[in-house]
Design a protein around this ligand. Structure first.
Ligand code: PMP
Length: 431
């Protein structure tokens, strides 16, 4: 199909993430992707700064992942998981239990990040129903969070600055603490944790769980907060016997420099959600892990089963690719590689620090963020970045990078230089 036809169909019929059907924003026809590069239909090749939103950690078209997919296709692409079990899923379940903190022993495989969050919330609610405490049905979360686009997930996104305000009237009403102001690497000030303590004390009789993104608040602002804060939230959850759900859909599998971001604080959640990089970005798969206490609690109450069971649960093809992706990650010194990315992002983005209009540049692991004082004209900046041969999706006041882990030093330098140059030109035009 030629690009003009593709674009015509797209304009007439396709919905993209957070767009209107008649959107006139540019979309770029892409025909292939390999390594850290996207090849557009017009032949231009772009260095990918997004890893398809945290996912494609090994880059695109990786021979090991391709081979895992092919081998599994020849074996069995899908069977329903009800009453049947299989090696790809069992290998994955065992690996996830081994890699995550010890209390997490029970794995629910589902289809997407939002569904994994939905499952996590339902687990927390059902745990308290089974315990004879159905009134414990609310969640406490922190502002600037993002947990997905389904109804319960939307209810714990930031209710004011988030993307779902439109639905506030019909969403479950949750309890919100202010976003922590203590930064990653800093101690947590009393003023940061006191509101969480106060809200937990006040609402403890109706709270099922606290849900948060550990260390990195992603789509809600790309903020990196103190590990000390996370540690204290865990302690408060213990004190008030409220479950802790850690949403590691974005941070899981090494992005922050630890395999899971909870490790920065040395804590274990009661429920953990994983997605995105789980399959190296090849196919959609997510997982919700629960502690023995949660799983056994659910099993001990009526109806004695967890009330969720998606059609594509435990899809063998997705599981086989996830197994290959995790093996590939662990086969290398991934932590040293993330340090290399952190160094490259720090060095490459440093010149942005002195640009007028730049509020802050922050880097953690394989994440680099340039925060501007004013929202950027996103589409225009993106167009200029494409002209410079890089693929980045600025959002609001943020230009952020989370490249595939396989990006070379030279590609990373090019990526950062393009961002700095385009933002520099933007500032000049504004003056
Ligand atoms: N939780 C977090 C922390 C996320 O970053 C996202 C996706 N941006 C989700 C949940 C939702 O995942 P999905 O888009 O796969 O539904």
């Amino acid at each position: 199909m030629d690009s003009a036809t593709l674009l015509a169909i797209d304009r007439a019929h396709a919905w993209h993430p957070y767009t209107a059907p008649l959107d006139r924003d540019p979309v770029y026809p892409v025909r292939a992707a390999r390594g850290c590069e996207l090849e557009l239909c017009d032949g231009r090749v772009l260095i990918d700064g997004m890893a398809s939103w945290w996912c494609a950690i090994h880059g695109y078209n990786h021979p090991v992942l391709n081979q895992a997919a092919r081998a599994q296709l020849d074996q069995m692409a899908h069977v329903m998981f009800g009453g049947l079990t299989h090696e790809p899923a069992m290998r994955l379940v065992r690996t996830l239990v081994e890699l995550t903190p010890e209390p997490l022993q029970h794995v629910f495989l589902c289809d997407s990040g939002s569904v994994a969050v939905e499952v996590a919330i339902k687990m927390a609610l059902q745990f308290w129903i089974a315990a004879g405490r159905p009134e414990r049905h609310r969640l406490l979360t922190i502002r600037s969070g993002y947990h997905g686009d389904t109804f319960n997930a939307m209810s714990v996104c930031d209710p004011v600055t988030g993307m779902h305000q439109l639905f506030n009237r019909v969403l479950p009403q949750q309890v919100f603490a202010p976003a922590p102001s203590c930064r990653f690497g800093e101690a947590c000030a009393e003023a940061d944790i006191a509101p969480v303590a106060e809200l937990l004390a006040r609402h403890r009789h109706e709270l099922a769980a606290v849900i948060l993104e550990p260390i990195v608040q992603g789509a809600g602002g790309m903020r990196f907060y103190s590990a000390d804060y996370l540690r204290q939230v865990r302690e408060l959850c213990d004190q008030y016997d409220v479950l802790l759900i850690a949403d590691e859909i974005a941070t899981g599998f090494g992005r922050t420099g630890r395999l899971f971001a909870c490790e920065h604080a040395g804590i274990a959640p009661d429920i953990l959600t994983l997605g995105k990089a789980l399959t190296g970005g090849y196919v959609t798969l997510a997982a919700t892990l629960a502690s023995q206490r949660v799983a056994h609690g659910i099993a001990s109450g009526a109806p004695g089963m967890f009330m969720h069971g998606p059609t594509f649960m435990g899809n063998p093809l997705a599981c086989a690719i996830a197994n290959a992706s995790i093996e590939l990650l662990l086969a290398h010194d991934w932590a040293a590689n993330i340090q290399r990315l952190e160094h490259g992002l720090n060095t490459g983005l440093a010149p942005a620090r002195t640009l007028a209009g730049v509020a802050e540049v922050r880097v953690l692991g394989g994440i680099g963020v340039v925060e501007l004082e004013q929202p950027v004209p996103m589409r225009e900046i993106q167009r200029q970045l494409v002209e410079r041969g890089v693929w980045v999706r600025p959002f609001g006041r943020l230009v952020y990078l989370m490249p595939p882990y396989v990006i070379t030093d030279a590609q990373l330098a090019h990526l950062c230089a393009a961002v700095v140059a385009v933002l520099g030109e933007q500032v000049e035009q504004a003056e």
